[in-house]
Design a protein. Structure first.
Length: 262
């Protein structure tokens, strides 16, 4: 059971008990009688659960970064906030969009449900939107025939692996962000899984070319040679979108990171 579903179940149970007490149990208690614990506790927790449920479902939701696939933008241990309405209002639990507000754009950092296991949340950067042709050859990214501008900025020390990587500033849709590349890493992950709509992609030893189908997105990590992303498991359908990441609100190991990211 996902946290969202568990929260929804608790909301229904405590809400039902609150209503039952108001319209049934309270009328049958003596005026000076204390509420039994099985009524008092649900009634006390109901408003708190309701506020948390509304905030997490429609406004912002916290996430913790578990892997290094988005280094140097996001580090392991960063706690981030995700805007839940940036790409439209969705019904909780079933994640069905009911109000269209905006669409993901190239360069956005997006949280989504992992296509192979929707109970897992992943975070990557939007590289391709519906209709885009994405090419990646010898670690150079091209979108719709236009090479994506990159500028080298030096070396980056990955403190988790204690290795250096080449650091670049990449510009996607006027969004500048840093990426990492390793000289000795192959241009493609060592394996590609079978995934829906894989016929839209072609692969070779130097890279790949993919045509992003309607209603889907192509995602990649900023730590390009250490990220399992759309290159391996395919496109992210619109119904899997959770929201747009925008803010680091905590990091136990590095307080200076708080307030960063955008």
């Amino acid at each position: 059971m996902t946290f969202a579903l568990a929260l929804f179940v608790l909301l229904v149970l405590t809400g039902a008990m609150t209503l039952a007490d108001r319209f049934y149990f309270a009328r049958r208690r003596a005026k000076d009688a204390a509420e039994p614990w099985w009524i008092e506790y649900p009634k006390s927790f109901f408003p708190v659960i309701l506020i948390v449920f509304v905030l997490r479902s429609f406004l912002v939701e916290p996430f913790k970064i578990p892997t290094g696939s988005m280094i140097p933008t996001l580090l392991v241990g960063d706690y981030i906030l995700v805007n839940k309405f940036a790409y439209g209002i969705r019904l909780p639990v079933i994640n069905k969009k009911i109000l269209d507000i905006g669409e993901p754009k190239r360069g956005d950092v997006m949280v989504f449900r992992y296509p192979e296991d929707p109970s897992l949340d992943y975070i990557k950067r939007v590289i391709g939107t519906p209709g885009d042709t994405i090419a990646y050859a010898d670690k150079r990214l091209t979108i719709n025939g236009e090479p994506v501008p990159v500028t080298p900025v030096g070396d980056y020390l990955n403190r988790e692996r204690m290795t250096y990587s080449r650091e670049y500033v990449e510009r996607l849709n006027k969004v500048e962000h840093k990426i990492l590349l390793e000289d000795d890493a192959p241009p493609m992950p060592p394996f590609v899984r079978a995934f829906p709509l894989s016929e839209n992609c072609s692969y070779n030893s130097a890279g790949f070319t993919c045509k992003v189908p309607p209603g889907h997105y192509f995602m990649m990590g900023d730590n390009r040679d250490n990220s399992l992303d759309s290159r391996v498991w395919g496109f992210v359908p619109d119904e899997n979108i959770v929201g747009k990441a925008f803010f680091i609100w905590w990091n136990f190991g590095d307080f200076a990171r708080i307030g960063g990211f955008k």
